[in-house]
Design a protein around this ligand. Structure first.
Ligand code: SF4
Length: 281
């Protein structure tokens, strides 16, 4: 596999249920080599029209749900960095403050799809999410090795870049706050396969385990999974498809019935010329 790159960034890590405050600082791509980030891959393969709308807009557009994701990610990052530096978790009050501040910043710096009232409701549930994180998830993440570290790996002739939330001696953890996860979804997560490939680039070997911490308004669930060399090989075709899609410039809407094609999960719902417009009549 390829090479790792170290660094740090403010909380975030955009995917469909989470915003980002800053782009991670990856090393420049190798000249002539196609580079794609995990975020780009995720959006492109879910809905290339969403990708196009994102590229065309000057300001960043988010949903309340994505701002909640960024807030929880900020607290988790603080917690994991504290564990690395001091060997103890962050205080609960600091987690709550960090989440609230990150939410406000994310909303202030972005174009938020929902109304002001919905944004205030989102803010009001951050302390509850942070307390759930601090009591249920934090105690289960120990011996932290890396926190939101930008890593790049070569897969065949393509470079893939990503920032796993947390890498510990146990494996790779990814925190989700959007639609609640289940075991099948964790087993099939393309993102976890890519993170395992990035783990090889960074540590010279695959991770022992991967897991999703699914945090939602009623609680938390953790789903463990593992990746094999066969999973790593299969991802190459996925990356090739994404490369073709990106280079073709074709913008197709999400497949009919996709859960993320909704006002709650797609930040472009209100401006989408296909689905959002159709629903609004
Ligand atoms: S509303 Fe649906 S089709 Fe339109 S950009 Fe969003 S996910 Fe894609």
């Amino acid at each position: 596999m390829g090479r790792g790159a170290c660094g740090s960034r403010p909380p975030g890590g955009l995917d469909l249920d989470r915003g980002e405050l800053m782009q991670p600082k990856y090393p420049p791509p190798t000249p002539g080599v196609f580079r794609i980030t995990n975020t780009e891959l995720n959006i492109l393969l879910k809905c290339s029209l969403m990708w196009q709308l994102r590229e065309d807009r000057k300001s960043r557009r988010i949903t309340v749900n994505m701002a909640i994701g960024s807030a929880v990610a900020a607290g988790a990052k603080l917690d994991n960095l504290t564990k690395m530096a001091e060997g103890t978790p962050a205080r609960m009050s600091d987690l709550v403050d960090s989440g609230v501040e990150a939410y406000k910043l994310e909303v202030e710096e972005s174009e938020v799809q929902e109304s002001h009232l919905e944004q205030i409701k989102g803010l009001s549930i951050i302390p509850q999410y942070m307390r759930l994180y601090g009591s249920r998830i934090s105690p289960r993440v120990i011996e932290v090795l890396a926190v939101e570290e930008p890593i790049v790996s070569a897969v065949g002739e393509i470079e893939i870049a990503g920032t796993p939330d947390v890498i510990s001696t146990s494996g790779i953890g990814d925190l989700k706050t959007g639609k609640p996860w289940d075991q099948d979804r964790a087993h099939n997560s393309r993102q976890l396969t890519i993170y395992d490939i990035l783990h090889i680039a960074r540590f010279g070997k695959p991770s022992k385990l991967q897991w999703i911490d699914s945090l939602h308004s009623t609680g938390h669930d953790r789903y463990y999974t593992v990746r094999t060399a066969e999973d790593h090989r299969r991802i190459y075709n996925v990356l090739l498809n994404a490369k073709r899609l990106k280079e073709s410039g074709i913008a197709l809407p999400a497949p009919e019935g996709s859960w993320y094609c909704s006002r709650k999960y797609c930040p472009y719902w209100d401006v989408c010329p296909v689905m959002g417009g159709k629903q609004k009549g």
